[in-house]
Design a protein around this ligand. Structure first.
Ligand code: AMP
Length: 404
C-alpha cells in the first residue's frame, strides 16, 4: 500500500517521497487516517516504527487550513534529543508547507525560545518542564491549540514528568485532538491516556515488547572484570558500522569511554550529565561518522535517531527488561538488519532470564575465546533460538545492509 491512498495532501506526499519513503509503516498505515479524521489515538509503537511521521503528517495537513502563526499543535516529548529529532522531522515533512515549528527544552537559554514563541509558531515541540516555565512567564498562548501529542509517554512517566504533564493538560483547551504514543501501554500510561482524551481509538501496533525483526541477539557470558576487554576485542574485530554501547549509569559510561580511548578506540560518551553543547557535538560526530562508537545511558539515548546502527551492545543487562527492547530497537531500524550483543556477568543471569521471559524466547549463552567466565554459563532449558554448542566464538554476520 502506498502513501497516496492515505489521503495526504500533495505537498506532504512530495516531502515523504523526498525522504525516500516508498510505503507507510504499519503504525503510519493505521494512525494517519485516524489522525486525518481528527480522532484521538493511542498508539503502542516503539522508536523505529515510523511513529513520528504517523502523528506529524496528519498535524501538518490539518494545520494547513486555518490561520498560521499561532500555536495550534503541541508535541510533548521526554528529552531534548527527542525534541530536536521531532523538530527536524517536522521541518522535513513540512518543507513544502509554510508552517513553522520550534523545539523548547531545558539546559539551554530561554531567550531564543521566548522570541520564537512570542513571534508565533504553528507547532511547538517541548519537554514538559521547560514548557511550564514558558507558560508560567506568559510566553505561550495555547488558546487556539487544536492538537496535542504525547510522544514516548511511558518514558515521560518514567522520568517523573507526570505532575508537569498534568499541569500542562489542565492549561490546554479541552476541545482538541490528542494522540499518545508509547512503546508499551502500562497501567500508568493508560491512566494518562484516559485523563488526556475522551474518545480514543487505540492503535496497537506489534506485540507488546517485541523487538524489531532484523535483530540478531548474541548473548555472551563473561565475568564482570573482563567485560571491558571483551568489548575492546569486539570493537577491534568488527571495525565497521556504527555501534551504540549502553551502560546503566553516567559514571559507567564515562569510565568505559575513558578506558576504551586509552586503548586507542575512537569513542564518545553521551549522557544527561554532559552539557547540551557536548551532547550535541557527540551526536553530530556519531551521525556524520566522526566517531563510530557512542557510549550512552538509556535516558540520553532516547532521542538518538541514527540509521545504520549495526550493533547495539548491552554492556550491562538492564534491570527493567523492557529497556532491553528499547535498546535493541536502535538497531535494525526501518527494516534493516542489526546485531544486539549483550555482555552478561553471572550476577546478571537472572535479569537476562526476565528479558527472555518478556520477549518469549531464549538465546544461547556463548563465550568469547580468551574471556571465558570462571563458571561456564548454564544454557536455558527451553529450546534455544539458535542451538549452538557452548564456546562458539562471537562473530556477528557481516555485510548486512539497509533495505532502503
Ligand atoms: P521513528 O520511529 O519515527 O523514530 O522513525 C524511525 C526511522 O524510520 C526514521 O529514521 C525515519 O526517517 C524512518 N521512517 C519513517 N517512516 C518511514 C517509512 N514509511 N519508510 C521508511 N523509513 C521510514
Amino acid at each position: 500500500m502506498s502513501f497516496d491512498s492515505l489521503g495526504l495532501a500533495p505537498e506532504l506526499l512530495r516531502a515523504v517521497e523526498e525522504e525516500g519513503y516508498t510505503e507507510p509503516t504499519p503504525v503510519q498505515l493505521e494512525a494517519i487516517p485516524l489522525g486525518l479524521e481528527g480522532r484521538d489515538v493511542v498508539g503502542s509503537a516503539q522508536t523505529g516504527t515510523g511513529k513520528t511521521a504517523a502523528f506529524l503528517l496528519p498535524i501538518l495537513q490539518r494545520l494547513q487550513l486555518g490561520k498560521r502563526g499561532t500555536l495550534r499543535a503541541l508535541v510533548l516529548v521526554p528529552t531534548r534529543e527527542l525534541a530536536e529529532q521531532v523538530l527536524l522531522s517536522a521541518r522535513a515533512y513540512g518543507r513544502h508547507t509554510k508552517l513553522t515549528s520550534v523545539a523548547v527544552y531545558g539546559g539551554v537559554g530561554m531567550e531564543p525560545q521566548t522570541s520564537a514563541l512570542r513571534k508565533g509558531v504553528d507547532i511547538v515541540i517541548a519537554t514538559p518542564g521547560r514548557l511550564l516555565d514558558h507558560m508560567g512567564r506568559g510566553h505561550v498562548n495555547a488558546t487556539k491549540l487544536e492538537v496535542l501529542v504525547l510522544d514516548e509517554a511511558d518514558r515521560m512517566l518514567d522520568m517523573g514528568f507526570a505532575p508537569d504533564v498534568n499541569r500542562i493538560l489542565d492549561a490546554l483547551p479541552s476541545k482538541r485532538q490528542t494522540m499518545l504514543f508509547s512503546a508499551t501501554i502500562s497501567n500508568d500510561v493508560d491512566r494518562l491516556a484516559r485523563r488526556a482524551m475522551r474518545d480514543h481509538a487505540a492503535v496497537e501496533i506489534g506485540r507488546r515488547a517485541e523487538a524489531a525483526e532484523g535483530v540478531e541477539h548474541v548473548l555472551v557470558a563473561v565475568d564482570k572484570p573482563h567485560k571491558r576487554g571483551a568489548l575492546a576485542k569486539v570493537l577491534t574485530e568488527f571495525p565497521q558500522g556504527r555501534t551504540l554501547v549502553f551502560t546503566r549509569t553516567k559514571f559507567g559510561a564515562d569510565k568505559l569511554a575513558h578506558h576504551l580511548r586509552r586503548e586507542g578506540n575512537n569513542v564518545l560518551a553521551l549522557h544527561g550529565g554532559k552539557t547540551q553543547a557536548s551532547r550535541t557535538k557527540a551526536l553530530d560526530r556519531f551521525k556524520n561518522g566522526g566517531t563510530r562508537v557512542l557510549i550512552a545511558t538509556d535516558v540520553a539515548a532516547r532521542g538518538i535517531d541514527v540509521d545504520d546502527i549495526m550493533m547495539v551492545v548491552n554492556y550491562d543487562v538492564p534491570r527493567d527488561p523492557e529497556i532491553y527492547v528499547h535498546r535493541v530497537g536502535r538497531t535494525a531500524r526501518a527494516g534493516a538488519q542489526g546485531v544486539a550483543l549483550t555482555l552478561m556477568s553471572p550476577d546478571e543471569w537472572l535479569m537476562m532470564r526476565d528479558v527472555e521471559k518478556l520477549m518469549g524466547r531464549t538465546f544461547p549463552r556463548e563465550v568469547m575465546p580468551g574471556f571465558e567466565p570462571a563458571v561456564p554459563p548454564v544454557q536455558p532449558r527451553e529450546r534455544a533460538e539458535r542451538a549452538k554448542p557452548q564456546g562458539r566464538s562471537v562473530r556477528p554476520r557481516r555485510g548486512r545492509g539497509r533495505t532502503r
